[in-house]
Design a protein around this ligand. Structure first.
Ligand SMILES: [Zn+2]
Length: 279
């Protein structure tokens, strides 16, 4: 009695590739976004309350939030990475399968049985084997960090907070990673809290994603010809060579915070000098 050797894996039939779609990573993005919103709201409350009572920044709480923020980022990164690993494995398995004879009939099947004795037949690696290879290749490659938009904002604010709390004009390193070093809005080592267009302190600061320059909403909207304008003009910052349009601007949360802290410090100074007058 002869025993037949069954193939360890078979090519996936083109009609069956839809079943590959069903194999996916459990997407926790919504859950992570919810956690991030709660974290951001806690951070907001701490800042607002501390500004209101004109107190000192609770550094221990800020550090805890910073750690939580990092954990959330790591989880999001892991989630995205797992998705990419699985997608790569599925793509490779499909490609591998396409180079093989599909099993359409019993004769085709017979070709894959006892394949050890028939070296003309190419057998695809299993999805599992492709997955393991994919895991290895991602371990050695340095894929850039993935972050939710909200996470990068929170990271920036948590990093800047201890410094700008005592000096709202303090320069934070890497604040504008996209801008060139010689193209920053820094003059004399401080950040200007006044808009270069309106010459007043920022009310609704908007930052250009192209060059990192910030202007007040009122000023930049007027400059570019209205809120729905498609006009593209040179960035109004002296020395900036970038062209900008309304769509390039997003709210500058860090600048907003700097102005809030500056106002609070001013009020504190007024209150302090009032109490000295009373004495
Ligand atoms: Zn600019």
């Amino acid at each position: 009695m002869s025993s037949e050797v069954l193939p360890k894996s078979l090519p996936i039939h083109p009609k069956a590739t839809r079943f590959l779609h069903d194999i996916s990573v459990n997407d926790n993005t919504k859950y992570l976004q919810q956690c991030q919103r709660e974290l951001d709201s806690t951070l907001d409350q701490i800042i607002e309350t501390t500004l209101f009572i004109r107190g000192d920044l609770p550094l221990d709480l800020i550090q805890e939030l910073d750690q939580t923020n990092k954990d959330l980022q790591a989880q999001y990164e892991q989630l995205k990475k797992s998705g990419k690993i699985l997608q790569t494995a599925k793509d490779q398995y499909r490609q591998d399968s396409n180079q093989c004879q599909h099993v359409e009939s019993l004769d085709d099947w017979q070709n894959y049985v006892n394949v050890g004795t028939n070296s003309n037949i190419h057998i695809p690696k299993s999805l599992q084997a492709h997955y393991e290879e994919s895991v290895k290749s991602f371990e050695t490659s340095n894929t850039p960090e993935t972050m939710l938009d909200a996470q990068s904002k929170t990271t920036m604010i948590l990093k800047a907070l201890p410094q700008i709390w005592s000096d709202p004009t303090a320069v934070i390193r890497d604040e504008i990673p996209s801008a060139d070093d010689d193209d920053l809005k820094i003059e004399g080592g401080t950040i200007d809290l006044e808009c270069a267009i309106t010459c007043k302190q920022f009310v609704t600061p908007m930052i250009s994603r192209k060059c990192g320059h910030t202007f007040d909403k009122e000023g930049i909207v007027n400059y570019l010809g209205g809120p729905n304008s498609r006009t593209v003009k040179d960035c109004p910052q002296a020395g900036c060579s970038k062209s900008v349009s309304i769509n390039d601007f997003v709210e500058d949360d860090l600048m907003k915070l700097r102005c809030k802290i500056a106002d609070c410090l001013k009020q504190r100074q007024i209150a302090d000098s009032d109490s000295i007058d009373v004495i």
